[in-house]
Design a protein around this ligand. Structure first.
Ligand code: F6P
Length: 319
């Protein structure tokens, strides 16, 4: 019987479990034996494989985190580590590997495929910075988590007539900040992709106050500028009490949204289909609401841009 390995790697994202469930069930349905790899690429190197059954993925579709656990594995970035992974895979008689994760995971799978292993990547990252993928698994849930935090902050910000800086994750990208900032009605959204002028930000805050705004929310992406120094400068320039909330890892946890579960289920099924069709070294992308196949080599070379039209909409609507 043919064998597939499934792993989750890098930062976890809500919906990864739904993707694991989809791969296991679609794989067994297609007549494969499916093995879960514990702790991502580290588990691959160590040969930590556990056979998955239909029941082993029951009751996980709604759970955040990843039942397979995850890691950021330095060793797999080196060829020596990947060769150890190859040996472990060969010893277990496994031919194909499906990996769920972000850009680091996709690069790892791409490098691994050069050793002759059939790999398929499923994009899972709250950052939504993966090329050829309108939405990666976990992004929708993370955005909803940020928006509900902004809703709560808004109440206390109004009560005290304060400015709040809400720092969100996203590494070097501003997709979470932009999408949650627009949905949360933020006064300003600061992201690494678009340079900003602090005096203009302050001017907008002052204009808002003049018109009787009781609070202001600024959403800042972690890769843009430090939230605390920014708050000090804004407080000094506006004379208004300015507080910082860093949402941090709350954005990674929690129950995945219906959007993320459906995306994960569709991508997981397509990943297995790709293996069945003998089309390895691909990513299950998402474009125009459709799951599309994208060669890993193309993803590695690609870059995901921020939508400047959305930046403009957010700017106009927050006057
Ligand atoms: O890539 C997902 C992410 O949550 C980023 O937004 C963040 O910068 C990073 O991972 C944090 O990683 P860690 O949990 O390893 O500190």
């Amino acid at each position: 019987m043919k064998k597939i390995a499934i792993l989750t790697s890098g930062g976890d994202a809500p919906g990864m479990n739904a993707a694991v469930r989809a791969v296991v069930r679609a794989g067994i349905y297609a007549g494969y034996q499916v093995f879960g790899v514990t702790r991502g690429f580290q588990g691959l190197i160590n040969g930590d494989f556990v056979e998955m059954t239909l029941g082993s993925v029951a009751d996980i579709i709604h759970r955040g985190g990843t039942i397979l656990r995850t890691s950021r594995c330095e060793e797999f970035m080196e060829e020596k580590g990947r060769l150890r992974g190859l040996e472990a895979l060969r010893d277990a008689g496994i031919q194909d590997v499906i990996g769920i994760g972000g850009n680091g995971t996709i690069r790892g799978l791409y490098e691994f495929s050069k050793l002759g292993v059939n790999t398929v990547a499923i994009p899972g990252s709250i950052d939504n910075d993966i090329p050829y993928c309108d939405m990666s698994i976990g992004f929708d849930t993370a955005v909803n988590t940020v928006v509900s935090a902004i809703n709560r902050i808004r109440d206390t910000a109004t009560a005290h007539e304060r400015i709040f800086i809400v720092e969100v994750m996203g590494r070097e990208s501003g997709h979470i900040a932009l999408t949650a900032g627009l949905a949360g009605g933020a006064e300003s959204i600061l992201i690494p992709e678009v340079p900003f002028d602090l005096d203009q930000v302050v001017e907008r805050l002052k204009q808002g106050m003049k018109r009787g705004k009781l609070h202001s929310i600024i959403v800042v992406a972690e890769g843009c500028c430090g939230a605390y120094p920014l708050a000090r400068e804004i407080q000094a320039k506006t004379g208004m009490d300015t507080k910082v909330t860093v949402l941090g890892h709350t954005q990674r946890g929690g129950m995945p949204s219906a959007m993320d579960r459906n995306l994960a289920s569709r991508m997981g099924k397509r990943a297995v289909d790709l293996i069945v069709e003998g089309k390895g070294n691909m990513m299950t992308g998402y474009q125009g609401m459709k799951i599309v196949d994208v060669p890993l080599a193309q993803v590695i070379e690609g870059k995901k841009d921020i939508d400047l039209d959305i930046c403009e909409i957010a700017r106009i609507l927050s006057i």
